[in-house]
Design a binder for this molecule. Structure first.
Ligand SMILES: C=C(CC[C@@H](C)[C@H]1CC[C@H]2C3=CC[C@H]4[C@H](C)[C@@H](O)CC[C@]4(C)[C@H]3CC[C@]12C)C(C)C
Ligand SMILES: C[S@@+](CC[C@H](N)C(=O)[O-])C[C@H]1O[C@@H](n2cnc3c(N)ncnc32)[C@H](O)[C@@H]1O
Length: 355
C-alpha cells in the first residue's frame, strides 16, 4: 500500500471513529460527549473501586437500612452514573408518560411543568427542589413559573454541573443549587412558598425523615408535590418473578428499598401534611413511560461499544464499562416493572402544610 492510500485509510478510520463516538451522540440533548465521561468527583483510577464499593452495600443490606450510611452510598452512585445519565438521557433524571406526537423532551418538560402548576408557584415565590440532580426540572420550572428555585442534592459533582447548566441557560438569577442532605436540610423553618421532589425521595431510607424536613421548611399553607417510586397494588411479594424485578430496580438505582404505594399518603399525614390529591400518573389513559427505555435498546448497544473503546484507550475511566453494564440491566428491570404494572416511578402526591 502506498503512503497516500495508507494516509486515506487512516483518515477514514479516524473520521469513522469520531463520527461513531461524537457525532452519533446518544439521547436527545447533547450536553455531554462520550469523550467527557468521568466518575464524577471520583478520580479516574478509583472509579472501578467505587463501583465495587457500591455493590458491597447490597452484600450488607443492614447498612442500607441505617440512615447515616445511605447518603454516602447514594453519593457514590451519582458520582458513577451522572455523566452516563447526562450523555445517554439528558439533564432531567426522571421518566415521563410518553405523549403521542410529542418528543421525549417535550413530554419530560410537560411532566415537570405539571408539578409546578400543582403547587401554584408564582413569580417571586421561593420554591424548593428536593433532590435536584443536574437541574433539568429546575430550569424548566423556573422558566415556566418565573419562581426562584433552590435545589438540593447530596452529590457535589451534580452541584457543579447544575450551576454550569443554569448559567448557560441564563437562569442562574432564578436557580440556586446547594450541596446537602435532604434528611437534614440547611434551611430555616417556614422559609419556602412551595416544594417539589421528582423521583428523588425514593433514596431516603425512611420516607418520614425527608417528608418531615420538607414539612419543617415550608411556610404554613404552602403546597408540596412529589413523584414517588413505588410498588403498585399489582405487586405480589410471594411471586419470585415480581421480587426479582423489584430487587433489580433497587440494586441498579441505589434504593434502600422500594415502598408500597399505600405507604405514601400515610407517611405524609404522619408528619403533619393534609393530602390534597394522590394519583398514579403511570396508569392508563397515560401512555407508557417505559417506551423510551425500550426504544433505546439499539443505542445502548452502540453506547456499550463506545464506552468499551474509550475505556480501552484510557479516555474513559476503566470502571465506566461496569457501570454502563449495570445500567443496561437496570433498564431491563425497569421496563419489566412498567410492562407488568407492578412498579410506578410517578405515584403523585400533593400535600399542604396546614395553616
Ligand atoms: C430516578 C432515577 C433515575 C431514572 C432514570 C433517569 C435512569 C434509570 C435507568 C437509567 C438508564 C438506563 C440505561 C442506560 C443506557 C444503558 C446507557 O447507554 C445510556 C443511559 C441509560 C439510558 C440510563 C439513563 C438514565 C436512566 C433511564 C433513580 C436513580 C432513582
Ligand atoms: C434520580 S435523581 C432525580 C434528580 C431530579 N429530580 C431530576 O428529576 O432530574 C435523584 C436525586 O436525588 C438526590 N438525592 C438522593 N438522596 C439525597 C439526599 N439524602 N440528600 C440530598 N439529595 C439526595 C440525588 O443526589 C439526585 O440528585
Amino acid at each position: 500500500m502506498d503512503t497516500l492510500s495508507l494516509f486515506c485509510t487512516g483518515a477514514l478510520l479516524a473520521g469513522g471513529l469520531y463520527w461513531f463516538v461524537c457525532i452519533l451522540g446518544p439521547a436527545e440533548q447533547k450536553g455531554k460527549r462520550a469523550t467527557d465521561l468521568s466518575g464524577g468527583s471520583i478520580s479516574s483510577e478509583k472509579v472501578r473501586d467505587n463501583y465495587n464499593k457500591y455493590w458491597t452495600f447490597f452484600r450488607r443490606p443492614k447498612e442500607i437500612e441505617t440512615a447515616d450510611k445511605v447518603p454516602d452510598f447514594v453519593d457514590t452512585f451519582y458520582n458513577l452514573v451522572t455523566d452516563i445519565y447526562e450523555w445517554g438521557w439528558g439533564q432531567s433524571f426522571h421518566f415521563a408518560p410518553s405523549i403521542p406526537g410529542k418528543s421525549h423532551r417535550d413530554a419530560t418538560r410537560l411532566h415537570e411543568e405539571m408539578a409546578v402548576d400543582l403547587i401554584q408557584a408564582k413569580p417571586g415565590h421561593k420554591i424548593l427542589d428536593v433532590g435536584c440532580g443536574v437541574g433539568g426540572p429546575m430550569r424548566a420550572i423556573a422558566a415556566h413559573s418565573r419562581a426562584n428555585v433552590v435545589g438540593i442534592t447530596i452529590n457535589d459533582y451534580q452541584v457543579n454541573r447544575a450551576r454550569l447548566h443554569n448559567k448557560k441557560a441564563g437562569l442562574d438569577s432564578l436557580c440556586e443549587v446547594v450541596c446537602g442532605n435532604f434528611l437534614q436540610m440547611p434551611f430555616e423553618d417556614n422559609s419556602f412558598d412551595g416544594a417539589y421532589s421528582i423521583e428523588a425521595t425514593c433514596h431516603a431510607p425512611k420516607l418520614e425523615d425527608v417528608y418531615g424536613e420538607i414539612f419543617r421548611v415550608l411556610k404554613p399553607g404552602a403546597l408540596y408535590v412529589s413523584y414517588e417510586w413505588v410498588t403498585t397494588d399489582k405487586y405480589n411479594s410471594e411471586d419470585a418473578g415480581h421480587v426479582a424485578v423489584i430487587q433489580g430496580i433497587e440494586r441498579g438505582d441505589a434504593l434502600p428499598g422500594l415502598r408500597s404505594y399505600s405507604d405514601i399518603a400515610e407517611t405524609a399525614k404522619k408528619v403533619g401534611f393534609e393530602v390534597v390529591k394522590e394519583k398514579d400518573l403511570a396508569k392508563p389513559p397515560a401512555h407508557p413511560w417505559w417506551s423510551r427505555l425500550k426504544m433505546g435498546r439499539v443505542a445502548y448497544w452502540r453506547n456499550h461499544i463506545v464506552v468499551t473503546i474509550l475505556a480501552a484507550l484510557g479516555i474513559a475511566p476503566k470502571g465506566t464499562v461496569d457501570v454502563h453494564e449495570m445500567l443496561f440491566h437496570t433498564a431491563d428491570h425497569l421496563t419489566k416493572g412498567g410492562e407488568s404494572g407492578i412498579f410506578s416511578p410517578m405515584h403523585m402526591i400533593l400535600c399542604r402544610k396546614p395553616n
